[in-house]
Write a protein that binds this ligand. Sequence first.
Ligand code: AMP
Length: 213
Amino acid sequence: MNLVLFGPPGAGKGTQSLIISEKFDIKHVSTGDLLRSAMKAKTPLGVEAGSFVNKGALVPDSIVIGLIKELKVQIGKRGMLLDGFPRTTAQAQALDELMASDKSQISKAIFLEVKPEFLKDRLTGRRVCSTCGATFHIKLKPPQIAGVCDNCQGILEQRADDRAEVIENRLQVYEKNTAPLKTYYQNLKKFVSVDGVGEPETIFKRIAQVVYS
Ligand code: AMP
């Protein structure tokens, strides 16, 4: 089974991806995570991507499509959960071609729906462990000790693109480039929408229901 998970920034894609990939035993593929680890390692890809990511812009299609193609070779026919990819219609078309090339296909494109008024709070309050990547929120999921990861005692940091001044741009970029994917997947009869507000396990139950519908 190959699933696409998409929605506005702050919809909770990362949290749900971890649950979905574990429960459905499929490979979690996050282009955001891949780009951030390249940025941290300062590889040529990371340096190039950083100039887009840090200002809330999309990394060019050719770069992210290339990343997904490489990964698909490594993963083979194992099912995937695509988190944050595709983000443009060109990426969605490239993904369909890639899937068709080994006779697979996207089973469902799950849209996580969260009203805009919730998104800014979710993003500005998010903190990520610099060591293990665990995610916290200063109000909604605070760590036991402020600024310290509950899992590994690593230091919690705010993502550069979660700063208030960058968030506005990410939301606009989402509306212009990624929201049209709703129509793209509706036309292919693969679109399902899930209410993204609530406890992570509750949201996952909604997702499981629509995946098997
Ligand atoms: P995410 O972790 O999914 O929120 O992604 C963080 C940032 O990485 C985005 O704001 C973009 O700058 C970049 N990014 C991640 N996935 C893509 C993609 N599929 N296409 C273009 N840029 C991406």
